[in-house]
Design a protein around this ligand. Structure first.
Ligand code: SF4
Length: 480
């Protein structure tokens, strides 16, 4: 499901910045004369794509800037996962109208899922837009920019069955220099009835594993100490060579290849799918200390009847079986997070209670929870009626969030009195006397900085917690 889309997660102090506000490109040290400004909305995959776009345009004389007033090219990398995500982009475009009036030479382009969903309609609906480019057409950007500079409008929303941008080294935008995302595949072959992704990102295709290992190795050599492997459904990763001539590299194989780069390079991944996650993946996680013991396993609902209407291809019992395997193989401490949708078509109070009781069964560490937002042209929009009133959707959402809040707190309380290996990502948001970083379970930990610094692995004894953050102090020496 969503790759850590903007979330209604129990707000981690350290993560508040991630929500609502688009992630903005940074000032690039480059003598390139032309300035590019990128705003990325939505999930990590979109943000990773913006880094690919910055790299393609750097080859064509552009350097990114964080100052929109300096840019001659402004790109919004858009999200279409829910109505309010699209509304955010429309509002932003309205904000840019006065600036465009003043600076006629500025060109504005929209990228990503909303661009792919609307295609040329985007130009009709938003006159300020000069260029509409889908997620598989970024290589064509230099040509499209030339067309726009000749005074035309430009569109390329072709969805590819091959494109993975494997040969393009992303430019790390807004990076802490310690953690980075690597997209290992694109598109999705699941057809969850509520989801636009298969229509905006196309069919599933996996990237050459050797290009992934090369990118991770280069990141390690540049000082990064954690990589997160990204895909809509990483468990269906499969590489058989360009023409299927090779023996299959599946996700467990790829995980092992990346873990073997260096024991000091942590490996995370997102997002898993309950129907495809295998024991092989779980045993590979167990085999390597540097593969973090955390799994994002969207459920979406606890009701088998609703899961069928969502076309999630598993039922409540299957999902609980996967949770049992994770606990059996990786132990009670393995971090697990969820995605939940409340108020899906025909959802009864009983279905809702099934969702709450599933959460009681799993006791997730945290989650991404939303009220159902009908998306145009999805199977659900075509075949089902969005018949649950908003006040019921939101009341159920509040109940799900409150339950998650209490579970997040109790799961975090289990961490008190234990020593956790933390990878320092930087200063805590609240004080420069404190550092922050994540433990194996992907939880943010804050502790007094002493002589430690970004990129260090530190043993931290957790002494207290909130539902969102663990708090502690460093014990013993730096591990690495
Ligand atoms: S179709 Fe299903 S699995 Fe694929 S991205 Fe959408 S929700 Fe996730």
């Amino acid at each position: 499901m969503s790759l850590v889309t903007s979330r209604l997660e129990i707000l981690k102090e350290e993560d508040k910045k991630d929500l609502d506000v688009a992630r903005i490109s940074v000032d690039e040290e480059s003598d390139a004369k032309r300035k590019l400004y990128i705003e990325s909305y939505g999930c990590q995959m979109n943000f990773a794509d913006s880094e690919i776009v910055a790299s393609i345009l750097r080859e064509n004389g552009f350097a990114t800037t964080s100052k929109i007033e300096e840019a001659e090219l402004i790109l919004l990398n858009t999200c279409a996962i829910r109505e309010n995500a699209e509304q955010k982009v429309r509002n932003r475009l309205q904000h840019l109208v006065p600036m465009k009036k003043k600076r006629q030479q500025v060109k504005i382009g929209v990228l990503g899922c909303m661009a792919e969903r609307l295609k040329t309609k985007f130009l009709e609906e938003e006159k300020i837009v000069d260029m509409v480019v889908g997620p598989d057409a970024y290589r064509d950007l230099p040509n499209l920019i030339n067309e726009v500079e000749d005074g035309q409008k430009a569109v390329n929303v072709f969805l590819s069955r091959e494109e993975t941008y494997a040969d393009i080294t992303p430019i790390r935008l807004d990076s802490n220099g310690v953690t980075a995302f690597i997209s290992i595949m694109r598109g999705c072959d699941n057809m969850c009835s509520f989801c636009v992704v298969p229509y905006t990102r196309g069919r599933e295709r996996s990237r050459d594993p050797f290009s992934i290992v090369k990118e991770a190795t280069e990141l390690y050599e540049q000082g990064y100490r954690e990589v997160t492997l990204l895909g809509q459904n990483v468990d269906s990763y499969k590489w058989k060579g360009v023409n299927g001539e090779l023996s299959t590299t599946n996700f467990a194989n790829l995980l092992e290849m990346v873990a073997l780069i260096n024991p000091d390079l942590r490996v995370r991944f997102s997002t898993s799918h309950p129907k495809d996650i295998t024991d092989d993946v779980l045993y590979t996680m167990k085999k390597y200390d540097n593969i973090c013991k955390y799994i994002h396993l969207p459920a979406q609902s606890g009701s088998s009847r609703i899961l069928e209407l969502m076309n999630r291809t598993y039922d409540r019992e299957w999902y609980m079986g996967k949770i049992d395997r994770i606990r059996e193989i990786l132990g009670e401490d393995c971090g697990i997070s969820q995605d939940m949708i409340t108020g899906f078509c025909t959802e009864t109070e009983e279905d809702h209670q099934d969702t709450l009781s599933l959460m009681d069964y799993v006791k997730y560490d945290y989650g991404y929870m939303f009220a159902y937002s009908e998306r145009p042209n999805t199977p659900a929009a075509k075949k089902l009626t969005d018949d649950i009133p908003n006040e019921i959707k939101n009341r159920r959402l509040t109940e799900v969030i409150n339950k998650q809040q209490s579970h997040s707190l109790s799961r975090n309380q289990m961490a008190i009195g234990k020593v956790h290996k933390i990878l320092v990502e930087g200063f805590s948001k609240r004080s420069t006397e404190h550092l922050c970083g994540r433990n194996d379970q992907n939880k943010m930990v804050v502790f007094p900085k002493e002589n430690f610094q970004k990129g260090d692995y530190v043993n931290v004894l957790v002494t207290e917690c909130t539902a969102a953050t663990l708090i502690g102090k460093a014990v013993a020496e730096v591990l690495v």
